[in-house]
Design a protein around this ligand. Structure first.
Ligand SMILES: Cc1cc2nc3c(=O)[nH]c(=O)nc-3n(C[C@H](O)[C@H](O)[C@H](O)COP(=O)(O)O)c2cc1C
Length: 229
């Protein structure tokens, strides 16, 4: 069969001549054509898997060891944070001499279901830091909407915060505020110093809630009550 057919086929076969193993019969151009057709048919039915896309080499994150300086002012940061609406709590405890400790905090959040963990953060400069960082227990009282005045009072310095406040004793003596929407009695599990605050992680020993209570809300420096959408 050598030499028959169109010249380009012959020349094509000639080009292949030195590159194919003769024991497979590839020296016969017609046979070679049939093999090509078979090969194309096979791939038409079973195309080879597409090779996955390889992204261009990315920024080497691992070599970045510190943040860039902020591109915003403190008021801008505060205003942006203020867009995150939160509930409001009063964190309570007893000082070593049995005194009542309490301050308004909205940095509260849940951490873990098992074990039951919550967190909140306290300014390093807070007057209640010595008692809260060394005591074994504290309570987090989630305020109801009608406790706005308590939220304001427990955020102010130089006031008699506990005057007329009704409470019962919780774990470790931490006061549980009457009328709170929920309470979490916490073992003072761990603390993490970060920037100008200390993050407290509490292990919840007991909790209560009032299903009918409407929680007090806070954002952008103002208090709100909830409205269902
Ligand atoms: C709505 C609201 C939320 C607050 N959240 C926190 C907070 O999460 N952490 C904190 O350290 N201070 C917070 N503060 C400020 C403290 O309540 C305030 O500085 C208080 O005087 C601290 O009391 P102390 O110095 O007796 O510890 C908050 C104040 C308000 C009004």
């Amino acid at each position: 069969m050598r030499g028959c057919g169109a010249p380009w086929r012959n020349s094509s076969a000639g080009w292949l001549e030195g590159h194919r193993p003769s024991h497979l019969g590839y020296s016969n151009p017609q046979r070679l054509r049939l093999l090509w057709v078979k090969l194309l048919q096979t791939y038409a039915v079973n195309p080879p898997a597409r090779t996955s896309y390889t992204a261009p080499v990315a920024t080497p994150f691992t070599s970045v060891t510190s943040a860039l300086p902020p591109t915003f002012t403190s008021p801008e940061f505060r205003a942006a944070l203020g867009m995150f609406a939160t509930g409001v709590t009063i964190v309570t405890a007893r000082s070593p001499d049995g005194g009542l400790i309490g301050l308004t905090a909205n940095s509260f959040n849940s951490v873990s279901m098992n074990p039951p963990l919550v967190l909140w953060s306290l300014a390093r400069s807070a007057g209640s830091m010595p008692a809260l960082s060394t005591g074994s227990h504290y309570a987090i009282n989630i305020l109801a909407a009608d406790q706005k005045t308590l939220a304001e009072r427990f955020a102010m310095k130089g006031t008699e915060r506990w005057s007329g406040v009704e409470f019962i004793e919780g774990a470790g003596g931490a006061p549980l505020l009457r009328g709170a929407a929920a309470t979490f009695e916490c073992f003072n599990r761990s603390r993490y110093e970060e920037g100008d605050h200390v993050i407290f992680v509490g292990e919840v020993e007991r909790c209560t809630h009032r299903t009918e209570a409407s929680p007090l809300l806070f954002h952008g420096g103002k208090f709100y009550t909830e409205h269902a959408l």
